[in-house]
Design a protein. Structure first.
Length: 268
């Protein structure tokens, strides 16, 4: 059994998988970039779906769309496998508390990239669905289940707290420790500024999503739990919401650029 585990660790830490996993960061960056563009379009009175499903649909509409979708799918699967390997095999040298935290973070990131891969595959195979409706349906089903209301509040709080953590990470520039920063001062400054703006914007967007889940649950209006797309469209209807939405869009574009940069500079 130990030999099998060693082989699995060697495979998941191989150079080819690392290259593919780095491409997964770039795919995440591309998706966030497209979400940011849709958000700006919404702020200008246009239409679109400002979430991962909408970004994947935008990607599918490009020349060579199917090739882009399947290539992106493979990259996200590779990154999900890499993060799963981290969750299983890595961080053994750390104190127990830090080790558990690092492993849990890697596991959650693996789930996120696996979800990206599933979305890409569903659109590539023509089975894509409206994420806004699926989020509302999930909320309805959970509210009907025993303990579902409490679970939804916990999910909403977790998403909101994650947003706050992202924003704090941006303000404190703590994301830098995950990168091998370039030696040129101008390049270091550019990466730092783009990362700060991107992390704060993503944090704000996640905070909105979490708050909307909590409000929809507490007020028993599950149709209001509409994910990132619904949260950004709700923001547009608020005073100065158009400007805030445009700012979030710009920030998500910055986050997308940062993730593409991270594909090259990340400590794997």
């Amino acid at each position: 059994m130990k030999d099998a585990a060693d082989v699995a660790e060697d495979v998941t830490n191989s150079k080819p998988l690392e290259i593919a996993a780095r491409a997964g960061f770039a795919v995440s960056g591309l998706l966030h970039f497209l979400i940011g563009l849709v958000a700006i379009r919404l702020a200008m009175g246009g239409r679109g779906q400002a979430d991962v499903s909408g970004a994947v649909e935008e990607l599918a509409g490009q020349p060579a769309g199917p090739l882009l979708l399947w290539t992106s799918f493979a990259a996200c699967v590779a990154l999900a496998i890499w993060q799963t390997s981290d969750a299983i095999f890595d961080f053994g040298h750390l104190p127990t508390k830090k080790k558990v935290g690092k492993k849990l973070k890697a596991a959650l990131q693996a789930v996120v990239y696996a979800a990206f891969a599933l979305t890409l595959a569903s659109v590539a195979t023509g089975a894509g669905s409206d994420n806004r409706e699926s989020t509302s349906d999930m909320t309805v089903n959970l509210m009907k289940a025993p303990g579902g209301v409490a679970l939804l509040v916990v999910i909403g709080v977790a998403v909101a707290v994650t947003g706050i953590v992202y924003a704090i990470r941006g303000f404190k520039k703590s994301f830098i420790k995950y990168l091998r920063m370039p030696s040129q001062p101008q390049a270091r400054t550019a990466v730092t500024v783009i990362g700060m703006v991107g992390y704060v914007a993503k944090g704000f967007a996640l905070l909105l999503v979490g708050l909307l889940i909590i409000i929809a649950t507490v007020t028993a209006h599950p149709e209001e739990s509409t994910g990132l797309d619904g949260s950004l469209k709700a923001l547009r209807e608020q005073p100065f919401g158009v400007y805030l939405l445009a700012a979030v869009g710009i920030g998500l574009i910055c986050y997308g650029i940062y993730m593409v940069v991270r594909a090259k500079l990340a400590k794997m």
